[in-house]
Write a protein of this length. Sequence first.
Length: 301
Amino acid sequence: MPSSLPDDLVGAFQIEGEPVRGRLARLGPAIDEILTGHDYPESVANLLGEACALAALVGSNLKFDGRLILQAQGSGPVRFVVADYDTSGGLRGYCRYDGAAVEQAAQGFQRPGARSLLGEGVFAMTVDQGPDMDRYQGVTPIEGETLALCAEQYFAQSEQTPTRIRLAVGQADEGEGVRWRAGGVLIQHIAADDARGSTQEAWIRTQALFETLGEDELIDPRLASDTLLWRLFHEDGVRVFGSKPLRAFCRCSQHRIENVLKSFPPEDRVDMVEADGKIRVTCEYCSRVYAVEPTSLDEAA
């Protein structure tokens, strides 16, 4: 086996001699930065952590420079969750929610899942290949209690690719205080062809092994990624390929914020000015606050 994948990396793997490929993501400091940037209730933080891990798993398979935007929205306590992955490894995300409704939904549950939090709605993945290319988006209804089940349904309907996904989010004390961690693993069935013949039996066997994976293993800071994969698939062997780094990264900037403000009519901007004479805008993703002089908008207009 190759050396282990440390935190904040996503890597691909292949089951030796079997028609199954997969990807494994382990998130430490990156997901902790994303989640602690907001004072989310635990269940909401968990949902966003799952979304970020899932975006890394799916987005890391893009073969071009671009972005994968994963989002779900519904009529439940969490109105909107989005995770944004770019192929340089940048990852960001946020949730829009009703705090009182989330608290109510959590009563009687140890940790309400995606369906309980989002309610009736849609799950979507959008591929952005840059300004010169059209975006591609696939949309499916929210089905299943977890984002993993939503994504499995998406792959079955949109890409006709049998897919299994396991996601986990939690907190662990690694000696420097309690911090958020997240992990995810995705396996996919490679279709049969004339050379392989039927591959269904191998897929059934691999799924049985996959079912033995515990959420605690995915976020255990003491468990190396190669050890985790070896535990699952040692009977057949597993080959790990190149990994990609992940990091918390927001694309907001003073310039972007000013351009957004310029799109408002001057009379609307007057209402945004605070007592000290500045306009303040908070980025929904990273919670950074930008202070803008109204006169700078007029001079550049």
